[in-house]
Design a protein around this ligand. Sequence first.
Ligand code: DC
Length: 228
Amino acid sequence: MKKIIIAIDGYSSCGKSTIAKDLAKKIKYSYIDSGAMYRAVTLFCLENGLFIGDTLDEKELQNLISEIKITFHFNETTGKSDTYLNGRNVEREIRGMGVAAKVSPVAAVGFVREEMVRQQQAMGQEKGIVMDGRDIGTVVFPEAELKIFVTARPEIRAQRRMAELLAKGDKVEFDEVLENLSTRDRIDSTRKDGPLRQACDARVLDNSDMTVDEQNALVFRWFEEAAG
Ligand code: DC
């Protein structure tokens, strides 16, 4: 079987990373979480005082962007890949609320996207990669052999997100979670650079009424078809 590139895009909290991780593990490909890269840049901005309140100092970030190098390394203890910012493991910090609250504006900056896309494309040079995000099938790897666009009904996504937050001990209301998801979808879909869009040659996976096993089986079948 030839090695291919698999691009998985879709809305927030629709299960992209579960699909991508499970598939990568099964077929022994590398898994790259491109959202983690935008989160790591956001952590860099926070640590270097580039936010004044909610305002990002884009000029200073532009001066520093070439110094930001993001890599992934497998963690034997957790059995998952960790995100490294300039050689430092930042996996835990990038998942916190501080980063989550500021990542959207950082991910919308054109030169940030350019640099991340450059680093992502370098990671895919050898193929054998599953990458998830918003613009992977459209901008990062428009030639990917398998593109999957994942979606689910907003109420289902909000329920899943709410379950995750409750499991972490965060007290949240359903309406608040639903509103937050639709705001993020709107920002991701309407930004100028690398907006969330379904590639015209993507296969659509609506997993609203599917179990994880059902979706994994379907995605594996698509992989076999694409890798020939
Ligand atoms: O998938 P996530 O929630 O970890 O993504 C974090 C943020 O990065 C989110 O605001 C969407 C953005 N993102 C992006 O703009 N492009 C990508 N390829 C991946 C994520």
